[in-house]
Design a protein around this ligand. Structure first.
Ligand SMILES: Nc1nc2c(ncn2[C@@H]2O[C@H](COP(=O)(O)OP(=O)(O)OP(=O)(O)O)[C@@H](O)[C@H]2O)c(=O)[nH]1
Ligand SMILES: [Mg+2]
Length: 323
């Protein structure tokens, strides 16, 4: 039986297998995506981002429980840009502690980027597309910070939750530039610890400059460890989803995400080619630049021309011939 048939038949091993194939850029995975991609577009993809140790994995585990309690299934993609284990391991421990691992309505996948050449962003996008097509109504994506290793959470997620914690420094100056800007919701986690009220006050000031037409960015104090504030957070996540659908902002983000996905895919494809040195034309151009026979600018023009001459690989999704 083919992978998609197994997926459709509810074989629990089919989805992990598909994600491995997609991660490895195996032709079988990419061709399955061609079939699956048109089925997607219904999931609410929620990014959970914030500095290391802010409690993202703890929060994800707590959200899983809350989402399950609301009667929905949920998938999680934990992206760890540096290490192949930590993020997923911590999350895995939490899940075991909460006895969620035996629940077929919860699917968790970790993805690491070590040693990958220009490939994490497309792999993550492919994984989200597969989880979406598999029918999960909500997909949580955990990532550290923003833009790290090419993972730009706003190109993956429709709703971005930025997690901050007290005690990392004095005030908003200590928060890295650009960290708050991507947030549709700002969370002050570890509100059981001192300093969270001060931080929440500072974030509320910053939040006044954020948001999109018709959406004011809320600042929500929570404790992922005790569950305090969790229902409010899930409520706000669901409210943002309704806002996206009603306001047209969701469509606007989908278009932006589509163009970003193509551009990052293109960049990754070029990087892979150069790394693989598969094209002699590319290798020759790089040699010419190193030997100062050619400027970098001319080499870029030459590379683009070489890509033009390469056999076309673009084909509409759903068309299995090209897979
Ligand atoms: N006091 C307190 N501790 C918390 C809370 N949430 C998480 N922690 C603790 O903070 C530490 C880091 O939590 P994680 O969930 O692993 O944080 P993370 O952001 O996923 O970390 P990385 O994936 O390594 O970036 C752990 O020791 C948690 O137990 C909270 O609400 N209150
Ligand atoms: Mg984590």
């Amino acid at each position: 039986m083919g992978l998609i048939d197994r997926l459709d038949a509810g074989d629990p091993r089919a989805l992990p297998r598909l994600l491995t194939l997609i991660e490895n850029r195996d032709p079988a995975g990419l061709s399955a995506l061609n079939v699956l991609y048109p089925r997607g577009g219904r999931a609410h993809v929620v990014g959970i981002t914030g500095p290391p140790g802010s409690g993202k994995s703890t929060l994800v585990a707590a959200l899983i429980a809350a989402i399950r309690a609301s009667g929905r299934t949920v998938a999680v993609l934990a992206i760890d840009p540096s290490s192949p284990v930590t993020g997923g391991a911590v999350l895995g421990d939490r899940i075991r502690m909460m006895e969620l691992h035996a629940d077929p309505g919860v699917f968790i996948r970790s993805m690491a980027s070590r040693g990958r050449v220009g490939g994490l962003a497309p792999a993550a996008a492919g994984a989200v597309a597969a989880l979406d097509a598999a029918g999960f109504p909500i997909i949580l994506v955990e990532t550290v910070g923003t833009g790290q290793d090419g993972i730009d959470i706003i190109t993956l997620a429709q709703t971005v939750v930025v997690v901050q914690v007290p005690g990392l420094g004095d005030g908003v100056q200590a928060i890295k530039a650009g960290q708050l800007e991507v947030g549709d919701l700002l969370v002050v986690n570890k509100c059981d610890l001192p300093g969270s009220e001060t931080l929440a006050r500072l974030l509320r000031q910053s939040a006044e400059d954020l948001g999109t037409e018709g959406w004011d960015v809320p600042v929500l104090p929570i404790s992922a460890a005790t569950g305090d504030g969790l229902p409010d957070l899930l409520g706000a996540i669901d409210r943002h989803r309704s806002y996206l659908l009603a306001s047209g902002e969701g469509d606007r983000r989908s278009s932006a995400a589509a163009s970003a996905a193509v551009m990052t895919g293109l960049r990754a494809a070029i990087e892979r080619r150069i790394a693989a040195g598969s094209s002699e034309a590319i290798a020759r151009l790089l040699d010419d630049v190193a030997a100062r026979r050619m400027t970098p600018d001319s080499a870029v023009a030459g590379l683009l021309a070489a890509l033009d001459r390469a056999p076309g690989s673009g084909h509409p999704v759903g068309d299995q011939r090209g897979g």
